[in-house]
Design a protein around this ligand. Structure first.
Ligand code: DAT
Ligand code: MG
Length: 152
């Protein structure tokens, strides 16, 4: 186990539907810490860089339009095995296949409006955090699980 940082996006539908607080709350209640956060409008170049692995796929144009359609909230979330843990909290890409209790199963209906992005590997997290944040924007914060009050 190691403390990791992962890139989380509350995508345009999360902002439009007023679900940003609910989504952040789920990560915080799990014990993860927000190390950086900003609301911003996404320009096409950044959207395409972020989703570069999907370029050429049939859903790519719609995916880029969706992320650019309204402001999003970008976050760096940290914690023990945060990359895998946040993916688990987010749930499967298609909300219909996501496990109950996950963000996508509980709050979303379709794959094209699945509310949240989370990095899928340490390499993706490193690449994606660098797209959205400068190092000086990321705060070093104590993690609750490192406190002497909670140990395992
Ligand atoms: P995830 O967001 O779970 O990492 P992904 O990286 O495979 O999923 O795809 C990125 C986003 O692209 C996903 O959140 C929603 C959209 N997407 C993926 N597959 C799709 C499909 N078959 N039809 C429509 N949108 C899709
Ligand atoms: Mg992905």
């Amino acid at each position: 186990m190691a403390v990791e940082q992962t890139l989380i996006l509350c995508k345009a539908d999360a902002v439009q539907r007023g679900l940003v607080g609910e989504i952040i709350s789920r990560f915080e209640r799990r014990g993860y810490v927000i190390a950086a956060m900003k609301l911003l409008r996404v320009e096409e170049s950044r959207a395409k860089e972020h989703y570069a692995e999907h370029e050429g796929k049939p859903f790519f144009p719609g995916l880029i339009a969706y992320i650019m359609s309204d402001p999003i909230v970008a976050m760096v979330v940290s914690g023990e095995s945060a990359i895998e843990g946040c993916r688990q909290a987010i749930g499967a890409t298609d909300p219909r296949k996501a496990a109950p209790g996950t963000i996508r199963a509980d709050l979303a209906q379709t794959i094209g409006r699945n509310l949240v992005h989370g990095s899928d590997s340490p390499a993706s997290a490193k690449r994606e955090i660098a797209i959205w944040f400068e190092p000086r924007e990321i705060a070093v914060r104590p993690h609750p699980l490192e406190s002497s009050l909670i140990s395992d």
